[in-house]
Design a protein around this ligand. Sequence first.
Ligand SMILES: [Fe+2]
Ligand SMILES: [Fe+2]
Length: 471
Amino acid sequence: MVFKKNKLDWAEFLKRTGLIEFSIAAAWFVLSSLIIVVPSDWRRALALLVLNGAGLGLIINKILTMHARSIFFTKRIFLLLALISCSVLLAADYLLPLNPLLVPLSAATAIYALVYGNRSVAIYLTIYLSFVLALQGSENYFFYFTVHTIQGLFMVYFSSVRTERNSLAYSAVYSALAGIAAIVMFCLLGQSSFVSFYANAGALLLSAVCSIVVIIGLLPYIEDIFYIITPTKLLELASPANPLLRRLSMEAPGTYHHSLIVANLADAAAESIKANALLARVGAYYHDIGKIKRPLFFVENQHAFDNPHNQLNPHMSSQIIIAHTRDGAALGREYKLPQLIIDIIRQHHGDSVVTYFLHTFKEANAQAAESERTLVNENDFRYPGPKPQTKEAAVIMLADSCEAAVRTLEKPTPSRVNNLIGRLIKEKLDAGQLADCPLTIRELTAIQLSLQKTVANMFHNRIAYNDKSKG
Ligand SMILES: [Fe+2]
Ligand SMILES: [Fe+2]
């Protein structure tokens, strides 16, 4: 079953991603092989070559099954992984003769864990690199493999449970201590001498501390260059103390409240399809940030005020509504939001039509005298797009329209809410708004069920369970 799934992903990988990712994967294999086999005799070279091929194959396969067709699977991330593992192997060339425990394995494992926010790829890579490094050394294979693996696994664990940027330093020290504990075990078992203990422990601690200093310095650049957001960055953006979110809560409180609800809906829906739930949540916090510019033109901020659209013609009103995606992207750039979030802001309405004002315009046009009628061009009432390009952006689009629609239901009953959500998703699908994102029909069904469930939980007090309309 698993094999079949993996095979399908490989075939799809070659078919869908084109030559670039495949070339990077092939170059990754050739380069890493060259680095690790150069100093060996031919039998060890052959063994290391096979091991390298198997290790990389396993890792790429894991990435494919986890992230294929998702936001995280891009050629830049592939390139990042290739660069990091090749750098570690290259550093090993110089450091192995001094002390194999000086090799900065924890730098690589921490970056893997942070990039993916998921431990399994990082665990695979830790074991693979420890294995290759151990075989590259001249003796004590088992000792170095065990110490590197234990240190690497602890690093993966600590850096994925403690995602604040500063706690990386603690993670490095704790993981080095775990490695030192392993060295002590070997000494007690008589497999390693106490004479070399201080040199080994010192090397481990030194490499852990140095590599974490490098990571903390490099991480912001890695995030920018490789178009990724680490969970650390996402958690920073999710903080209510963030200046842009604080502005939203002060200047457009209604929109802020709406965004919090959309975030809850999108988070659960993304989780149900194994997409990046944290990215969906943070993207939802910022999706309507452009409404800060003219908050009172949006219904959720109008409680105590007159509707300013009453003074405008429908065409002008629609232009103001449509502008919020463009304004949001501009604000995002001003506040240096990551490109992934800015893309979500631009894509969350796709190229849909502002139907309310289009209808109002058509009605006014029909009632006007014949000489005053103008030609109705639907495209004037359209968002500029683009349509959602990723699963997370599509989930936010669906969660957004569900929240807005459910809010307007006068007597929400479970069946009315469920029908409404089903109808909204079908409308988006029929209008072609989901045509550019990689969602499958099965995933759409999962999203629908998740949205219905979350809405039922969130609006529990408001939803009338005695559905009298059904009798
Ligand atoms: Fe919006
Ligand atoms: Fe919205």
